[in-house]
Design a protein around this ligand. Structure first.
Ligand SMILES: [Zn+2]
Length: 253
């Protein structure tokens, strides 16, 4: 606001220094109005934007016992590098999803387990990054771990990557279960984000122990209000999600 008053003072001083309001008065009024508008754009609008409340919260800050390994913020993911929009390895979620996750964590702790979050809110620009990557020719350092039997160019047609993700609505999570004694993730039969039918929750191509672990994760998340996704054992969406039609694009930082 200092800059606004400076513009006004300068413009008024210019007017008064002439001693009279001559034929150029309309130009000078225009001068003031133009500079006042510029001052408003420069000073006031950023202040309003800064004060805008963000609808997502840091789930781990609210519930410190929650474990996180936000893979898209680092190199251990199917792209093999940090994904656009992930400037920090944070689990951001709507407040409703964060509270439901707290319930899930309490249920897991009854089994001496903990939730380990791989992904939470995902900015739209990260999803755009996936789509661009599919059509690109950059090196594929993590192909063996994430899509050993598939061509990268086929991942959209096969349904593994889409132009929008429920994660961008702030109430969808990817996670697994960790043994609190050993600190090790439970055997789920495949890695997170493994692009293969073996990742279907009820796949018969995995060992019984892994299948039971998947069903335990599904049972815990369902009891806490999340809906499972049949094709990815790690993916759950809050049934009563508060922003069902909004795909956010805030950077995670
Ligand atoms: Zn997911």
């Amino acid at each position: 606001m200092v800059r606004v008053s400076q513009y006004l003072q300068l413009s008024l001083a210019e007017l008064l220094s002439h001693g009279k309001l001559d034929t150029s008065i309309s130009e000078r009024v225009g001068f003031i109005v133009r500079h006042l508008l510029i001052a408003l754009l420069v000073v006031v609008i950023p202040m309003l934007a800064h004060s805008e409340e963000r609808p997502l919260v840091n789930a781990q800050a609210n519930h410190p016992s929650l474990l996180t390994d936000i893979r898209y913020a680092g190199n251990n993911n199917f792209i093999g590098r940090p994904v656009a929009g992930y400037r920090a390895p944070l689990c951001l979620l709507s407040e409703a999803a964060s509270e439901a996750l707290d319930q899930a964590q309490k249920l897991a702790e009854r089994h001496n387990l903990s939730l380990l979050m791989y992904d939470c809110y995902r900015p739209q620009r990260a999803v755009d990054d996936f789509v661009t990557w599919v059509a690109g020719t950059s090196p594929e350092p993590t192909k063996r771990a994430y899509y050993p039997s598939l061509d990268r160019s086929s991942l959209i047609d096969l349904g593994y990557i889409a132009s929008q993700s429920g994660h961008s609505r702030g109430s969808t999570v990817d996670l697994t279960l960790v043994d609190r004694q050993t600190g090790q993730p439970l055997d789920m039969g495949t890695a997170w984000d493994f692009f293969d039918p073996m990742s279907h929750t009820e796949s018969d191509a995995i060992e019984l122990t892994a299948k039971n672990n998947r069903l335990l994760l599904r049972q815990i998340m369902s009891a806490a209000g999340f809906r499972p996704y049949y094709a990815e054992w790690w993916h759950f969406t809050l049934i009563d999600e508060p922003f069902p039609d909004t795909y956010f694009d805030h950077v995670i930082e």
